[in-house]
Design a protein around this ligand. Structure first.
Ligand code: PRP
Length: 179
């Protein structure tokens, strides 16, 4: 795996520090509450696990699987729910946890989806934000890091389902996806 990484974009330590800051902000926002933290599978798993462990607020954890990319590199722009939450969001404060906001289609879709199902509030946090790739006008409420249009893998992010278990985020060597 390591051989395919051109350079480290975010080290484990930088990720941990930034997550600590994000957790403190979210603790303040949700003080006295019990938000429903919803991880968008599979990419957000590592981030969600570390974020909720850094938070002091009691949170309930749920997962949702949304697919928009299929086998293509570009988003189709039409997200689909592949597997839904097991809990109701009605009346809940939803904290959506994403690994990356790229075109913004998934975030926009989920915001509308949860609002339509009666969530009391909707807050989104993303580990990475790629504003240059945006196709719809939406921003996460909290972004930990801004990224350029480079192919990033690791800490949940994949290329062809690989590299998710790298403990840091790296820039994938071009040769890997131009082979
Ligand atoms: C990625 C990522 C976000 C979405 C963001 O998921 O986890 O959910 O794409 O892209 P967008 O802003 O263009 O909608 P992906 O469909 O690649 O699945 P994965 O998390 O299983 O890798």
């Amino acid at each position: 795996m390591e051989r395919d990484i051109e350079r480290v974009f975010l080290s484990e330590q930088r990720i941990r520090e930034r997550i600590g800051q994000a957790a403190a902000i979210l603790d303040e926002k949700f003080a006295g509450g019990n938000p429903l933290a919803v991880g968008v599978l599979k990419g957000s798993v590592m981030f969600l696990c570390d974020l909720v462990r850094a938070m002091k607020t009691p949170v309930q954890i749920e997962f949702i699987t949304v697919s928009s990319y299929g086998e293509r590199a570009q988003s189709s722009g039409v997200p689909k729910i592949v597997s839904d939450l097991s809990a109701s969001v009605a009346g809940r404060d939803v904290l959506l946890v994403e690994d990356i906001v790229d075109s913004g289609c998934t975030l926009k879709f989920l915001k509308e989806y949860f609002s339509g199902r009666g969530a009391r509030s909707f807050t989104s946090v993303t580990l990475l934000n790629k504003p240059a790739r945006r196709q719809v006008g939406i921003e996460a409420d909290y972004s930990c890091f801004e990224a350029e249009d480079e192919f990033l893998v690791g800490y949940g992010l994949d290329y062809a389902q690989r590299y998710r278990n790298l403990p840091y985020i790296g820039v994938l060597n071009r040769e890997v996806y131009e082979r």
